[in-house]
Design a protein around this ligand. Structure first.
Ligand code: ZN
Length: 354
């Protein structure tokens, strides 16, 4: 018990420490004309400026497939597909160690499982680390070519330590934990439509992306079921959980009850009894972090938790049919609080089961 009370404040401190400092600052060049710079990492955010082809920018941060850039006095977000990163400006001096005695590690042209295999690595060797995307590392091969390796198969060594102030306990509880983050809906499936006409699918993605970014910085292995706006069946979503043998599967949703516009609050759903503790810990911490109405951790007959054999929950992070709540959950502050709450809930859960 004592242990539990002790590490919550230290985690808050850790989160503060991590999220107030920029991850990296490197130079990049814009590759297209009239590129919109937005106030947040997604096309649903307001346009705050424009950049043009061959303009040099400073890249301050990265969330999912978006870079935060600085151009003159303007700071904002652009899709990383329109930015080339200067080769000399790697965010960290780091190496990826391939240690494949019994298996081969595939090097792929794109950072996902369907990327074309360009090389296979065996034995133990280290390769310069270039960048990281989702759960993949871009490395440089001796030939000079670059390719992607799955980060759960390899080890990355940072030669510049940026982790020395992290309390060991929190790091260990999340370290190498595979967390599947499932952004609800996508593509033609918009999810619910809010009072003001916004689609649930964009908000679930924003929350998921932020959660993935934070988990990664804390040493976990977050895997997102979708990394952009596309349709994915419920079976596909569950398949991620089984294929990666998830330590936890978290499906992110926002709720709606248009016929009862006053209904509000956050609930977490589980299907299999043994995963109630996961739902309960996350629910408690998200409520503590956000201060929204507690609709409790409850049984819910949702496909992604029912058909899931790994520890799995589905979060309904507030009602988009309630105008006040919609305003709150769309805010940056809520997004930060909710994701921090989920992370604390995960830590509590892993502490409980280990
Ligand atoms: Zn939903």
């Amino acid at each position: 018990m004592k242990k539990k009370i002790l590490y919550i404040p230290s985690l808050s401190f850790l989160l503060l420490l991590l999220f107030n400092s920029p991850v990296f600052a490197v130079d990049g060049t814009i590759t297209v004309d009239n590129l919109n710079i937005r106030s947040g990492p997604g096309t649903e955010y307001d346009v705050v400026g424009q950049a043009h082809k061959n303009t040099s920018v400073t890249i301050l941060d990265q969330t999912g497939t978006w870079y935060k850039i600085k151009l003159g006095q303007t700071e904002g977000w652009v899709s990383q597909e329109f930015v080339t990163v200067a080769q000399s400006g790697n965010k960290l001096d780091a190496y990826v160690i391939i240690d494949a005695k019994d298996v081969t590690v595939q090097v792929r042209e794109e950072p996902h499982m369907n990327g074309k295999v360009m090389d296979q690595l065996k034995g133990q060797q280290s390769y310069p680390f270039l960048e990281e995307k989702n759960s993949w590392y871009k490395i440089q091969l001796p030939s000079g070519n670059t390719g992607w390796v799955a980060k759960w198969l390899v080890e990355k060594i940072d030669t510049v330590s940026n982790n020395k102030d992290q309390p060991q306990e929190e790091k260990d509880l999340l370290k190498n934990k595979v967390i599947i983050i499932d952004a609800g809906h996508g593509g033609d499936d918009t999810g619910t439509i809010s009072v003001t006409g916004d689609y649930e699918k964009y908000l679930t993605f924003r929350t998921s992306d932020l959660l993935a970014e934070k988990l990664e910085r804390l040493g976990a292995i977050p895997i997102q079921t979708r990394t952009t706006d596309y349709f994915l069946t419920l079976e596909n979503r569950v398949a991620f959980s089984h294929a990666y043998q998830a330590d936890a599967f978290i499906s992110i949703h926002y709720n709606s009850a248009p016929e009862f516009p006053e209904v509000h609050g956050i609930g977490t759903f589980y299907y299999h009894d043994q995963y109630y503790p996961l739902a309960n810990e996350i629910q408690k911490e998200v409520i503590k972090a956000t201060g929204l109405k507690n609709r409790e951790a409850r049984f819910g007959d949702y496909f992604v938790v029912r058909e899931n054999i790994r520890p799995s929950v589905l979060l309904e992070l507030g009602f988009l049919s309630n105008q006040t709540e919609e305003n709150i959950v769309k805010g940056d502050q809520f997004q930060q609080q909710a994701t921090n709450g989920i992370i604390r809930g995960l830590i509590q859960y892993f502490d409980y089961i280990e």
